[in-house]
Structures are given as structure tokens and as C-alpha cells.
Design a protein around this ligand. Structure first.
Ligand code: ATP
Length: 314
């Protein structure tokens, strides 16, 4: 069973007499041990979707199930949810880490004893024990972020929503938080990660869902998505470019053969998709001097931009 099931979610807002379709028919699932990166440009509909999952906004249509329960009909569904949304506002800055963990533990239905026990374990695990009695506002941003994640885990939820978990952190704190996210998923939790830092999404996620203008425009395994769009594209640049002489030197037959390989011929370059085709293309191009051959190193950022632009021009 999926830990999170989001089915055909729909939400519109009315703003000065105009209807804004913020989320249109959004569906996805997340399983235990899985990190889904939920990506999209500003205003794409991410926050609205997440707030519907967290039970904070009622959808116009569609449904959410967390561990099989709908948070809009069965409030105890939220027992399976932990969330760090909009920075780390889920913690009290005037309290200490220990007080935060115990307070939120009890608020989430734990007994005082269990909350204290879990707080101790989490403080150790997140390397915050030495700061347990220091008020949160004097901690570093990295420590505050770690505490925010610890607080979200106090009731051992199956689903964790993480919004920009590494934003504003230095390199070392980013590494620590990334490692924690991996471990938390590994323990068996499902994680929904939203971030504008696409390198983080690429490193941490098992799957990616890209939302644009309220609609999911891509949803796939992260490695497959990147492999599909990159890595195997070779760019061949010719010494003399693709001038009129190019066709004369190459001859029509060879030019047609090149095209039949599925090669894309554009500006100064020829692009082919697979290693085997690269050798065939080079064979065809033999009479011409080659200036450069390069393997395309596209990453999630390129893919993200491609989907957003394609959707823009559609
Ligand atoms: N309370 C609201 N009233 C009216 N329109 C809203 C409201 N909240 C969001 N919107 C609109 O809904 C659309 C989706 O917004 P949403 O905040 O979900 O996007 P987002 O992907 O989270 O963006 P960001 O990355 O900037 O946080 C936007 O056009 C936004 O202006």
C-alpha cells in the first residue's frame, strides 16, 4: 500500500472576481522508503497541493489518503503525518529543543514519559543533546532546521512533508540534513520534498513530479528521467561548420544516411543519441574535419527547464 495517495486534486481560488485554477487534476503516490521531489516554478501550485495533503486547505475535488485515511474526513489521519513547512515555523523559538520536542510530543498524543524518552533519542540522533537546554533562537540555522525535522518526527509519522529543508544552510549543515533525509526514508517513511534547489532534488529523490500551472507535466523515476534526457546524447561539432560546402563535401547520399540515423542537424552541430550511432555518424562524416565531440551532461535543472518551457510554448 502507498503511504500517500493523492487522487485528482483540484483547487481554485477567487481573486478580485477572477478564478485562479491553482491545482488541476493532480495525482501521485509515495511508498514507504521513497522520496518524491515535488518541483515547480513559483506559483505552480506546490504549496496549495501540500496544504491539501496536510489537511489545511479543503480541495474542491479529489482525495488524499495518508496511510489509507483521508485527513479531511478522518482527522486522526494526521497522526501519520509530520511536516516542516514554510521554513521551520513548526518550532517555538523561545523554548529549548528539549521543551519543543516534549511539548509537541504531548500535543501529538504521546504521554509525558514517552515524549521525554523520544525527545532524548531524537536529540542524540540529531546531535543536539549538548544544546538541549539552549533557547532555539540562539541556535545556528542548521541546528534549528535539524530540530524542526526532529519535532516533525516525534510521533513517528509514516509520511514526512519537507518544504525547502536545506534553504539558507551552509555546506556542512546541508550535508547533515541531506544525510538525515536519506536515513529517515531508509527507516521506512515516505517523504514529499519540495525544493527550488534542483541539485538537492536530484541527489535525494527516488522520483520526481514536476508541476506547472497547476498540472503535473512529468512524473518519473529520477534516474530514468535524467537518463532519458541526457548522458547518451553526443554533440559533434565540425571544424568548418555546416556551410554550403558541407553538403557538397559530404554528398547527398551520406547526408541522407546521417539523417536516417535520427541525427539532429542544427547550427554548427550534429546530435546523435546512442554510442553505437555516434560511431556510424563519425564514419559517415569521415571526409569532414571534426572540431569537438561532447557527451551531453544534462541534469535535473535542464530537464526541469525543458518541461516548464515546453509547457509555456504549448
Ligand atoms: N489564498 C489564495 N488566494 C488566491 N490565489 C492564491 C491563493 N494561494 C495561492 N494562490 C494562487 O494559486 C496559484 C498557486 O499558488 P501556490 O502558492 O500553490 O504555488 P507554489 O508552487 O507553492 O509557488 P511558490 O514556489 O512561489 O511557493 C498561484 O497563482 C497563486 O497566486
Amino acid at each position: 500500500m502507498h503511504v500517500l495517495e493523492v487522487q485528482s486534486l483540484q483547487k481554485s481560488y477567487r481573486l478580485s472576481g477572477k478564478v485562479v485554477e491553482a491545482v488541476r487534476d493532480v495525482s501521485f503516490n509515495i511508498s514507504a522508503q521513497e522520496v518524491l521531489a515535488f518541483l515547480g516554478p513559483n506559483g505552480a501550485g506546490k504549496t496549495t497541493t501540500i496544504k491539501m495533503i496536510a489537511g489545511l486547505i479543503v480541495p474542491d475535488r479529489g482525495s488524499v489518503a495518508i496511510a489509507g485515511r483521508n485527513p479531511h474526513r478522518q482527522p486522526n489521519a494526521l497522526r501519520s503525518l509530520g511536516a516542516v513547512l514554510e521554513g521551520n515555523r513548526n518550532i517555538y523559538w523561545r523554548l529549548t529543543p528539549e521543551e519543543n520536542l516534549e511539548y509537541f510530543g504531548v500535543l501529538r498524543g504521546l504521554s509525558g514519559r514517552v515524549a521525554r524518552q523520544r525527545a532524548k533519542v531524537l536529540l542524540d540522533r540529531f546531535d543536539l543533546s549538548h544544546k538541549r537546554k539552549t533557547t532555539v533562537q540562539t541556535l545556528s540555522r542548521g541546528m534549528q532546521q535539524k530540530l524542526a525535522i526532529a519535532v516533525a518526527l516525534i510521533h513517528e509519522p509514516q509520511l514526512l512533508l519537507l518544504d525547502e529543508p536545506t534553504l539558507g544552510l551552509d555546506v556542512e549543515a546541508t550535508q547533515t540534513v541531506k544525510q538525515l533525509v536519506r536515513e529517515i526514508a531508509h527507516e521506512g517513511r515516505a517523504i514529499l520534498l519540495t525544493t527550488h534547489q534542483l541539485d538537492i532534488a536530484e541527489e535525494l529523490s527516488d522520483r520526481v513530479a514536476i508541476i506547472n500551472k497547476g498540472k503535473i507535466v512529468a512524473q518519473e523515476n529520477t534516474v530514468d528521467l535524467i537518463r532519458q534526457f541526457s548522458g547518451t546524447v553526443y554533440e559533434i561539432e565540425l571544424e568548418d561548420g555546416l556551410s554550403r560546402d558541407f553538403l557538397e563535401t559530404l554528398g547527398r547520399d551520406r547526408f541522407q544516411k546521417l539523417k536516417s540515423l535520427g541525427a539532429l542537424i542544427e547550427k554548427n552541430c550534429i546530435y546523435v543519441r546512442e554510442t553505437e550511432l555516434l560511431y556510424q555518424a563519425l564514419d559517415i562524416l569521415k571526409p569532414l574535419a571534426i572540431a569537438r565531440i561532447e557527451k551531453d551532461q544534462a541534469n535535473l535543472t535542464d530537464i526541469f527547464l525543458k518541461f516548464i518551457r515546453e509547457d509555456y510554448y504549448a
